[in-house]
Design a protein around this ligand. Structure first.
Ligand code: HEM
Length: 223
């Protein structure tokens, strides 16, 4: 088992923390749907059409949790085969999360307090953006463009992790003003995706600066 350095522990802890609420909430919802217990807040959309939400959670929970390991350089170097196998699985999981997210966005009958036009279109952009980033990341690694692959996979993950950041941006509002709804909620959720994308771009820039020029486009060196 390779030793993780300080920054890798920080990545692991930070991303686990970010995934905690959406993934636990999702896990409880899946258990609730399978066992028939009522533990989660009532969601009439899920009750009337559970299929897309089950697909969504079956894709998004492993994508968020297992995806973290893909971003730890020590693990990638120590277990290159694992990185490739898990990467293939995660592309499928991420696609399922994004496609089912788009499905629910369009088909679920949301009251305007939970999804106004802004959130509808932003979710569309995020869903298609995530699918596009996963395809570009996959295509880059097949052409052995490793830096490009890393950048697209970071962007895809940042879009997927919007659910985690949305919890963090909603908390101060919840404490100071009350539960956000309507346009406020749409804006807070949009801002969360923007924050994630800005962080992703900063991480990509920093990693490009750190990677020596000779490794910038060479295959396998990172693995
Ligand atoms: C990949 C990380 C993601 C995670 C962990 C996640 C998690 C969740 C969870 C826990 C729910 C609540 C289900 C329930 O009420 O039982 C949910 C619902 C939903 N998600 Fe995601 N999600 C992710 C990505 C996305 C993306 C990228 C989109 C947009 C395309 C999206 C769109 C939706 C929609 C529309 C709903 C239904 C909300 C409702 O009925 O109130 N999700 N997601």
């Amino acid at each position: 088992m390779p030793r993780l350095n300080k920054s890798e522990w920080a990545i692991l802890a930070g991303l686990l923390f970010l995934s905690l609420v959406p993934c636990l909430g999702g896990l409880f919802r899946v258990i609730e749907l399978i066992v028939g217990l009522e533990v989660m807040p009532e969601n009439p959309r899920v009750r009337s059409a559970p299929v897309p939400v089950v697909i969504h959670l079956v894709g998004s929970i492993p994508y968020c949790i297992l995806g973290i390991l893909q971003f730890l350089p020590s693990l990638r170097r120590a277990y290159p085969k694992w990185h490739r196998m898990s990467g293939r699985f995660l592309v499928v999981a991420g696609m399922l999360a994004a496609l089912s997210g788009l499905w629910m966005t369009h088909v679920y009958d949301f009251p305007v307090t939970l999804q106004g036009p802004l959130l509808y279109w932003v979710r569309f952009a995020v869903g298609f953006g995530m699918i596009g980033a996963l395809c570009l990341g996959l295509s880059a690694v097949l052409k052995r463009r490793i830096e490009e692959h890393k950048a697209w996979m970071i962007r895809a993950y940042a879009l997927g992790q919007g659910a985690g950041t949305q919890v963090i941006t909603a908390i101060p509002w919840l404490i100071m003003v009350g539960e956000p709804s309507g346009l406020t909620r749409d804006i807070l959720m949009t801002v969360s995706w923007v924050i994630n994308l800005l962080i992703a771009e900063a991480v990509i820039r920093r990693s490009r600066k750190l990677v020596p020029a000779y490794r910038a486009n060479s295959a396998l060196s990172v693995f």
